[in-house]
Design a protein around this ligand. Structure first.
Ligand code: SF4
Length: 379
């Protein structure tokens, strides 16, 4: 989301002189710390520039960020893509054409209230781009040479609920595939598995241009903790979804977000998170130690000691790394169509990273049959 929005702001503010914009994040305490660091570094690197902060930190920690000596101004998160908020004389923000993979933010904000999450406070209520707006953005990206589109959002599967007739995400995906028959690759960023609609399921299971890569905002492997997180799914829902998908499309690669050390989590519940990594075959894992966010219900629950949360996160990462290494090793000898990016590497449809022959132009899709694996990269 922030990559897509930063690219748009960069294009929108291209004419501005001596302006530094920090597009911040506040999803964890660590993200907030890095935001402050980025602000100080930006000021050191551009002592005379006008420094403006936007993003969730500017929303959630407005007073403290605004009080920093380095900061000249704040722009509200909801307004950061509005040219008027920057006094830029244009009707709508331009689309910043990507070169190989285009991140298209089709939805913003969130109407859920997971007990650990600060995002709804930073990004507001859920709202969707219309199908026409999404197709318009993708057209610009494809004209600039993008070969893959990644649909992103804060709560992607809630796309459409605020539009007439409340279409589901499957409708949008189907419309994109129909409107752009030459688009070779369409990928979803992270989704709430339990909110995947039947049409989207069928497209994921059977449409070759839909990448066989599903990243779940899973968060935990124990039902009691999922309930205390106020998530909308239980372990069985995730197991069932993945089993049904892999039955129809065995090459489907599963990714997931997992939080370690959520308040009240005990050893047995942690063990269930370890187990779900193998049960779902998670090969793209994003694992975070729980980070208490002031103003969230979970921050008022009995906390797990920080060192325990960190140790559990490390254990989850080790488990996930083992599964990932075995998965990558299993791809050696298999011919994969890889989308080349800058830097001599690219991604296969299942998001496996692959090293490419020297001189492979970014944006081309070439067949590669890896003969080995080095440092997590198929060769
Ligand atoms: S779905 Fe939950 S975790 Fe995701 S943004 Fe909304 S409140 Fe946060």
């Amino acid at each position: 989301m922030n990559i897509a929005e930063s690219e748009t702001m960069r294009a929108m503010l291209a004419g501005e002189d001596n302006l530094v914009v920090v597009n911040s994040c506040a999803v964890t305490a660590e993200a907030l710390r890095q935001t402050r660091q980025a602000i100080r570094r930006a000021r050191r690197e551009a002592p005379a520039a006008r420094l403006v902060v936007t993003g969730c930190a500017a929303e959630i920690d407005r007073a403290a960020i605004g009080a920093m000596a380095e900061v000249d101004g704040l722009v509200a998160n909801a307004a950061k893509l509005d040219p008027r908020a920057w006094n830029v004389p244009m009707e709508a923000p331009p689309v910043a054409p990507a070169r190989t993979r285009a991140f298209v933010a089709v939805q913003n904000g969130c109407d859920h209230a997971c007990t650990f999450c600060i995002i709804p406070q930073g990004r507001g209520a859920s709202r969707s781009l219309t199908v026409a707006q999404v197709l318009g953005e993708i057209e610009v990206h494809l004209a600039a040479g993008a070969r893959e589109v990644v649909l992103t959002g804060v709560d992607l599967t809630s796309w459409g609920h605020d539009l007439p007739d409340a279409p589901r995400l499957g409708v949008l995906v189907e419309a994109i595939l129909a409107a752009f028959p030459a688009l070779p690759r369409l990928r979803l960023s992270s989704v709430d598995g339990v909110e995947i609609d039947p049409l989207l399921f069928d497209l994921l299971a059977g449409e070759a241009r839909m990448m066989p890569h599903l990243h779940l905002s899973l968060q935990h492997g124990a039902d009691l903790i999922l309930k205390r997180m106020k998530r909308r799914h239980l372990k069985a829902d995730a197991l069932d979804l993945v089993a049904r998908l892999k039955a129809l499309r065995p090459e489907m690669a599963i990714g997931a977000d997992l939080i370690a050390g959520f308040p009240t989590e005990d050893d047995a519940q942690h063990a269930q998170s370890l187990a779900i990594i193998d049960e779902l075959g998670i090969v793209h894992a994003h694992i975070f130690p729980y980070s208490p966010r002031p103003g969230t219900p979970a921050a008022r629950m009995p906390q797990v000691p920080r060192d325990v949360a960190r140790a559990r996160a490390a254990e989850l990462r080790t488990r996930a790394a083992t599964g990932r290494a075995a998965w990558l090793a299993g791809l050696v000898g298999e011919t994969l169509p890889v989308l080349a990016e800058r830097g001599g590497t690219g991604y296969a449809p299942n998001y496996a990273p692959v090293a490419l022959p020297p001189g492979t132009a970014a944006g081309t899709i070439i067949d590669v049959t890896p003969s080995g694996l080095r440092e997590g990269l198929l060769q």
